[in-house]
Design a protein around this ligand. Sequence first.
Ligand code: NAP
Length: 342
Amino acid sequence: MSGTTEHLPATGLAWHLARRPEGPATAEDFALREIPVVPPEEGSVLVRNRYFSVDPYMRGRMNDVKSYTPPYRLDHPMDGGAAGEVIASRAAGFEPGDLVVHGRGWREYATVPADTCVRADTALAPLSAYLGVLGMTGLTAYAGLLDVASFRPGETVFVSGAAGAVGSQVGQIARLKGAARVVGSAGSAQKVRLLVDEFGFDAAFNYKDGPVVGQLRPLVPDGVDVYFDNVGGEHLEAALSRMNVHGRITVCGMIAQYDGAPGPAPRNLALLIGKRLRMQGMLVGDHERLRPRFVEEVSGWLREGRLTYRETVLHGIERGAEAFLGLMRGENTGKMLVALDG
Ligand code: NAP
């Protein structure tokens, strides 16, 4: 084994699901507990996590329902994207000090099969970027726009959840790929300013200021060719009403209904017929084949300063639940992360 067991910690902290939420998740649904650190067996590495990701899909995993990812088990450590440093290895090709991304977040120390780790090249971008702009949310934006929606230069794109990790990247990729017009919606005046001033959207609005359809209409005088949906509900209904013939809708997320009962919208799905719209759900895991092209293209744009990104980082493992709850309330700009300092 590389790295000596002598200096390995015996225990570490990990967030557990303490209770399944009814309606919006609350701090009482989570518990931070000490767990044993498992020394790596053959083919595994022990990682000291430096960051873990909190993501909207985790709200679905807190419910006891069958879905595309298994539900979190009550009183068990939670998991999700994480990035950290290998501190002991029993896997060929991995040494202490290597930086990797893996799937056992929400904890300080993770023992993981080496074949589930992806190396992070910090010459290209800081480690945290591998959980956002160069990681899962970045690939979601790239694949959802270019592959699922078959975006073409000269088209008008509308993105909801536009100041978040996925949305802010969708808007910028659309611009970089030659969109005629990019419009976004977000939940505060400050985020709306950021969309235009920093992320280069042509126009943006605060969906909390009034009905979405009324705010969207004047901003897309030539209609919408691609709607990238992160929100669902009223946003989807408004987008459907403004879609052009042969438009495409990527159904990436419906965060408006993750915390409670789904609302009545959209009531105008019949528009799919006359407008010959294509509306397609996506899961980022289906688009792994795009990863090499995605990493090459996005790291190039980052290097050239043509693409920018924001992160909202809460420091300290004890802030994990707070970070997740803040994400669901819109307290993040760009990718929401927890940093495990020290
Ligand atoms: P994010 O956008 O960085 O954070 C979530 C944002 O959602 C919050 O900042 C908040 O911003 C907004 N929000 C919360 N409640 C809302 C509501 N009721 N109505 C409108 N907006 C609301 O998160 P992300 O990781 O980038 O994910 C964005 C979406 O993509 C989510 O729906 C997620 O589930 C989905 N996703 C899907 C895949 C896939 O493979 N299909 C992969 C990754 C993410 P405001 O301040 O603007 O309200």
